[in-house]
Ligand binder design. Structure first.
Ligand code: SF4
Length: 456
């Protein structure tokens, strides 16, 4: 089912909301949840014997892209990463002591920052340190985010050798003026060459990240980028909307505000992106993601088995995610645990022999039900009432009476169809799944009610 772009409805429902990489979202995390809770939950997780997913955060970059919304440390001077890696190894010791050795890692991801900030030898050593502490399944999905500007032939060779089988390239926009303005100059020829080298090295799965809404972008200019990306034939594409928040990210003040595309232009760009990638044969998975029909994301969505985690969409529902490094988040079955965000706090905790968790969330019974419903909406484009009823022992229509009532407006607008036994997301609603999911978000509802009562 292709997504259908409806400008008026997108405008009508345009409001900020969570991206539901988790439910409840990270805004609900509290500092009442500490490393002790994490340890308790890690030990309990062994009883479930679920496979593991590991996330490693490498927060360093050579140069700041002015649109960047991540928590990064900019340093040309190499060496800063050495003590960081030592601490990540120590953190792995602190955490892995609670994990049964026979639990297999079926997914592993290095994100950043820029993971290829690391030298080839460091990549090799880092990977060996992971293997010393965890058992990585031979069919594991092992992925890495790469900055094409700094990617060397030696790095490509090493990431392949150690076992990475998926790569993600940050492209963002190929227009020279846009690139210069955002301080990320990487000509198309360079991207094409790196792409070819990665294919030649045997990487079957390559993802490309794009960003729309950057200064000087127009529908026409970004269309040229999209055309060139389609020529490269990546397996997955993520096209993110640029969030201009100079009050939170002061370096964004260096961007020429007057050159940002208007909301109308940004919508036109989004429409073009959705249409072009779908016409080129990509499946619109949801939110910002596209994949080839044979890609396992698209296959899992067709089977109703897709899920979301902090890296976006995943086929590995039910795995428990352990996050390592500053800012990273672990997702166990019944709790989320985030590490300190600054290097200073992260270093201090690890140096004192503590797991560096500073906040988190433990799910209650209602959260479990709502998480399943929200993830089904976000990932599998609908909710089957019986599945939820059988899993949680509830009567769907009674439990969600208020929500079903509220959804009627969306049904009238053609976003969804409420049937006797399910809710279906319709083509027009595909771009607004977040809004549908928000109706089931009890935390958001509570906030809205509080705000309302305060106003009165
Ligand atoms: S490379 Fe990525 S993480 Fe680093 S500054 Fe640029 S956008 Fe941010």
């Amino acid at each position: 089912m292709k997504a259908k772009f409806d400008k008026e409805l997108i405008k009508k429902y345009d409001r900020p909301g969570p991206r539901y990489t988790s439910y409840p979202p990270a805004t609900e995390f509290t500092e009442e949840i500490t490393a002790d809770h994490y340890i308790k939950k890690l030990i309990e997780s062994n009883e479930r014997k679920t496979p593991l997913s590991l996330y490693f955060h490498i927060p360093f970059c050579e140069q700041r892209c002015l649109y960047c919304g991540c928590n990064v440390i900019i340093s040309h001077r190499k060496g800063i990463e050495v003590p960081y890696l030592e601490r990540v190894y120590k953190e792995m010791d602190l955490v892995s002591q609670y994990i049964d050795k026979d639990r297999k890692v079926i997914q592993l991801h290095w994100g950043g920052g820029t993971p290829n900030y690391l030298e080839p030898d460091q990549i090799r050593e880092f990977f060996e340190e992971i293997r010393k502490r965890f058992q990585i399944d031979e069919n594991a999905e092992i992925s890495i985010e790469l900055d094409p500007r700094y990617l060397t032939d030696e790095q490509i060779k090493v990431i392949k050798e150690v076992g990475f089988n998926r790569v993600s390239l940050g492209v963002q926009d190929l227009d020279p003026k846009v690139q210069q303005t955002v301080n990320r100059v990487q000509p198309y020829e360079l991207i094409k060459t790196q792409f070819q080298k990665l294919r030649d090295a045997g990487f079957q799965s390559i993802n490309v990240d794009l960003i729309y809404g950057l200064p000087y972008q127009t529908k026409e200019s970004f269309e040229r980028t999209v055309d060139k990306i389609i020529e490269l034939n990546p397996d997955r594409i993520a096209a993110y909307s640029f969030a201009y928040i100079p009050q939170v990210k002061p370096h964004q003040q260096l961007l020429p505000k007057e050159a940002l595309p208007s909301p109308e232009e940004k919508l036109a760009i989004l429409e073009m992106i959705i249409n072009k990638f779908q016409e080129a044969g990509y499946v619109y998975i949801g939110m910002d993601h596209f994949a080839k029909p044979e890609d396992e994301l698209a296959v899992a969505q067709r089977k109703g088995e897709l899920w979301r985690n902090f890296q976006g969409y995943t086929t590995k529902k039910g795995v428990e995610l352990l996050g390592f490094g500053a800012t990273s988040i672990g997702m166990l079955y019944d709790g989320y645990f985030q590490n300190y965000k600054t290097l200073r706090d992260y270093n201090k905790a690890v140096d004192e022999g503590e797991i560096p968790v500073f906040r988190g969330y433990i799910l209650n019974e209602d959260d479990f039900v709502r998480r399943e419903v929200i993830m089904d909406i976000m990932c599998n484009l609908g909710v089957e009432f019986k599945k939820i009823e059988d899993t949680f022992g509830i009567d769907f229509k009674t439990y969600f009476e208020k929500e079903l009532e509220e959804l009627k407006e969306m049904e009238d607008d053609g976003l969804i169809k409420i049937e006797e036994d399910r809710i279906r997301i319709l083509p027009v609603g595909r771009l607004l799944i977040r809004n549908v999911a928000m109706v089931f978000d009890a935390h958001l509802r509570k906030k809205k009610e509080l705000k309302f009562s305060r106003t009165i």
